[in-house]
Design a protein around this ligand. Structure first.
Ligand SMILES: [Zn+2]
Length: 372
């Protein structure tokens, strides 16, 4: 991968979370006036006013961003059990910047904003460095949008892993165009790499795992505060929030937790949710990051870790090929010898010969499959 692309993957994004200013909205109108005076393009939706120095360009998707943001706003409200109608007047002001100096000159980027690589959020304002890839630009815009939403409407002041993890979770989406309109489809775990170009989180976790550097859940929950998170930090924070929000063992209790106070005590209250078992959660997180892939289905991949019984004589076990790792119910003592045999067939997909118009199902036997 060229170095430039690696740099493009990093969402180094700052966040202002001082408790005094959290929740207070910055008035948007004066900012809009400044942007117009400076000759910037101003794109307005219901919840987002976006000022940009990007010249208008057919097909770059920039003009769709406020409408995409408004759809995302409804998703975020749903995530936190809020009614969008109760927050119909909530607005944030974003700067999509090709040249930061133009925004400085316009009085829209002052020295209170610390240096940042890709994005920065302060209450209901955010700044975003323009990206060449439309999908990745949209992702970063929504990432900063989630910060603006949670900082103001939820007064978020949680540990870093949750701040960044939930921003990543609620920003991940694909865009469907049906009937001429654009439809934002939230995908907490993306279905296909083509839906999230340049995001690279699943690949990053795979690389960490291969290198033996995948962090434990405890390490992720303890991520230190700082403006210069690495892509590994974003990827693993996302993985932690995705697991807790998606895994059937945690999803309901975690949703309740998220709808409560998002304060610095969040980790302690996580440990207090009904049925929380830190050791089990650590194993679930390791299992998730070990096998993570596009289209992950938490329901089917949930593992029953309960201990088995010693094996006396032979046993036959049925394996459900539509699920992930399964509990045999058997416990084997170290040092013994056992024989294991498997039989059966499983469908793993199909290949279509478009020229001949035929579709051949692909099946595997216990020894594996050969595509020839
Ligand atoms: Zn962020």
């Amino acid at each position: 991968m060229p170095a430039g692309l690696v740099a493009g993957l990093i969402i180094v994004a700052g966040l202002v979370t001082s408790p005094e200013s959290a929740g207070q909205l910055v008035p948007v109108e004066p900012l809009v006036a400044r942007a117009r005076r400076a000759g910037l393009r101003v794109l307005a939706g219901r919840h987002l006013i976006l000022a940009t120095d990007r010249p208008a360009r057919e097909g770059d998707g920039v003009e769709d961003l406020p409408a995409v943001f408004d759809q995302a706003f409804e998703v975020w409200c749903g995530h936190y059990g809020m009614r969008p109608a109760d927050h119909a007047d909530w607005r944030c002001f974003g700067c999509l910047m090709a040249d930061r100096e133009r925004f400085r000159a316009a009085g829209l980027l002052d020295d209170t904003v610390p240096p940042f690589v890709n994005g920065f959020c302060d209450r209901n304002r955010f700044w975003l460095v323009d990206q060449s890839n439309p999908a990745y630009r949209r992702h970063l815009l929504l990432h900063e949008g989630v910060h603006a939403f949670t900082l103001t409407l939820r007064r978020l002041a949680t540990p870093v892993w949750y701040n960044e993890g939930v921003a990543e979770l609620l920003a991940t989406h694909r865009l469907d165009s049906d009937g001429g309109g654009l439809r934002l489809v939230p995908t907490p775990v993306p279905d296909r790499p083509e839906d999230v170009e340049q995001l690279g989180r699943i690949e990053e976790i795979g690389k960490l795992r291969e290198a033996g550097r995948a962090p434990s859940l405890v390490e992720v929950l303890g991520l230190p505060v700082g403006n210069h998170g690495s892509i590994a930090d974003y990827a693993t924070s996302w993985a932690a929030v995705a697991l807790l929000a998606g895994h059937p063992r945690y999803a309901a209790a975690f949703a309740d937790l998220e709808r409560g106070r998002l304060d610095p005590d969040f980790n302690r209250r996580l440990a207090g949710i009904p049925g929380w078992d830190a050791e089990l959660a650590a194993r679930d997180f390791d299992a998730f990051t070990a096998d993570i892939d596009y289209g992950w289905d938490f329901e089917r991949m949930a593992i029953d870790w309960s201990p088995g019984q010693p094996l006396a004589g032979s046993r036959e076990i049925a394996v459900d090929a539509s699920r992930g790792w399964q509990n045999s119910g058997i416990r084997l003592a170290a040092g013994g010898r056992w024989a294991m045999a498997a039989s059966g067939r499983v469908g793993v997909g199909s290949v279509t010969d478009h020229a001949g118009g035929t579709t051949t199902p692909l099946e595997s036997e216990p020894d594996g499959i050969s595509l020839q």
